[in-house]
Write a protein that binds this ligand. Structure first.
Ligand code: XMP
Length: 433
């Protein structure tokens, strides 16, 4: 391992991730661990240079204040202890902006711990490649490659480490955006020489979804069918010992700590049946999202893949509301492609967090070529958010809305109206289903 490391012990602080990011912003790798980490675990970690004992409002557990184990105080590593205020004082544990946190920690990290600022993507990749090779040996690894940022970066990292010992399975469920399955095949099979199994499951998914109008039911069908298809492919392959996953650091941090309640459960393991026993490989599980993107770029993935906007697992299925029909799904896919192209032309693809179109399952009257038509509307949605828990609508200019509207009305079959959804979240959610 090349990188020096600062450990953050979670003693009930609610801002561990910001502190870890601040240390990384100084160029030094950092990891968050529970307050009662065993000394033997710490000793397995290379190049630990110091420990931050990060106390905070959750420090009292079951009526008693928690503390780090005795070995921490005698192990000889430099310690930086933070204990601030009880909740009722309503004071923040750390300064408001991340830059100030980094500056607070700079003297400790460099002058007291003598850490080297050697946390870089190149060193991270080199370390991970060595770790993966050591762990996997000559065995094979399976990866469900959706084409999203996280699974794509994991694929690129594993290809660098073990080449064709990685088997990628890309399931096209028919609910992907225009050009996505083709890009996955082009980038990974053609350009990176990956062993890629492409599964065309379009009919299978759309047949299962026929006449299913309930949004929750649709999601369940898509999720369960995905596992089934992936499992079938996994059974066809021989000699696979490992399953790779695109778990990232926020997934782990959000699944709860010993001092904080669970935010959302972390269920990346995908619900595969018990008799398919794999060891997990999660090589980007210590990276924050911006670091995942930097890793992807450093591995040579195209920017269009690395800076892809968030896309829900059920794909366009939640944007073709009610019971999905193939022609209406094509209207969603085609209008989404036009919207993405025009946002890119206007430079908005760099600034707007998420933007897409929805085609609802109702029609309205219009007139085309002198005759009555009865067609669907297309709804445009463009939002900005920090954490997807709340969202504000992007204010689009009229000329841009006109341009997108004219193109959709001229090019997308079966559409005679364009609407813009200007509802914030809450009360609306970002997606329509
Ligand atoms: P909502 O609609 O709940 O969406 O405001 C918040 C964010 O989550 C995305 N989203 C999903 N992502 N699987 C995912 O991986 C899903 O089932 C799913 N549903 C919503 C949505 O696109 C938005 O970014």
């Amino acid at each position: 391992m090349k990188q020096d490391m600062i450990l953050i012990f979670d003693l009930g602080c609610t801002e561990n991730a910001r502190v870890a990011r601040a240390v990384r912003a100084l160029g030094v790798y950092s990891e968050i661990h529970p307050y009662d980490l065993a000394q033997s675990e710490m000793e397995k970690m290379p190049n630990v240079r110091g420990i931050i004992l990060n106390g905070g409002p959750n420090r009292v557990v079951n009526g008693a204040a928690i503390d780090a184990p005795a070995w921490v105080y005698t192990c000889g590593l430099p310690l930086f202890a933070v204990d601030h205020p009880a909740v009722e004082n309503d004071l923040p544990a750390w300064p408001e902006d991340d830059q100030t946190i980094a500056e607070c920690l700079r003297p400790f990290v460099f002058d007291v711990c003598n850490a080297q600022a050697n946390w870089s993507m190149e060193n991270f990749i080199e370390d991970q490649v060595a770790l993966i090779r050591r762990r996997v040996g000559d065995k094979k690894v399976l990866l469900a490659l959706s084409g999203g940022v996280d699974s794509s970066v994991v694929a690129a990292l594993l290809i660098k480490a073990i080449g064709r010992q990685l088997v990628c399975v890309h399931v096209n469920h028919g609910l992907l955006r225009q050009g996505e399955p083709e890009q996955v095949v082009q980038v990974f099979r053609e350009e990176m020489n990956a062993d890629l199994v492409y599964v065309d499951a379009v009919d299978r998914f759309l047949d299962k979804l026929e006449n299913v109008a309930d949004p929750e039911q649709k999601r369940k069908i898509i999720g369960a069918e995905f596992i089934r298809v992936f499992e079938e492919e996994a059974r066809k392959l021989e000699g696979i010992d490992f399953l790779a996953q695109g778990t990232i650091y926020p997934d782990i941090l959000e699944s709860g700590t010993k001092t904080a309640a669970v935010v959302k459960s972390h269920h990346n393991t995908g619900g595969l049946p018990d008799d398919l026993k794999f060891e997990l490989v999660e090589p980007i599980s210590q990276l924050f999202k911006d670091e995942v993107r930097a890793c992807g770029l450093a591995l040579g993935l195209p920017a269009s893949m690395v800076y892809r906007q968030p896309f829900p697992g059920p794909g366009l299925g939640v944007r073709c509301t009610g019971a999905i029909t193939r022609d209406r799904l094509e209207a969603v896919r085609h209008s989404d492609a036009i919207l993405r192209e025009e946002f890119a032309n206007a430079g908005l693809d760099q600034t707007v967090w998420q933007y897409f179109t929805v085609v609802p399952d109702f029609k309205s009257t219009g007139v085309r070529d002198g005759a009555r038509c009865y067609d669907w509307p297309v709804i445009i949605r463009a939002v900005n958010t920090v954490d997807a828990m709340t969202a504000e609508v992007e204010e689009l200019s009229w000329p841009l809305m006109h341009k997108i509207t004219n193109r959709i009305l001229a090019e997308v079959k079966g559409v005679n109206r364009v609407l813009v959804d200007i509802s914030p979240k809450p009360p609306a959610t970002i997606e329509w289903e």
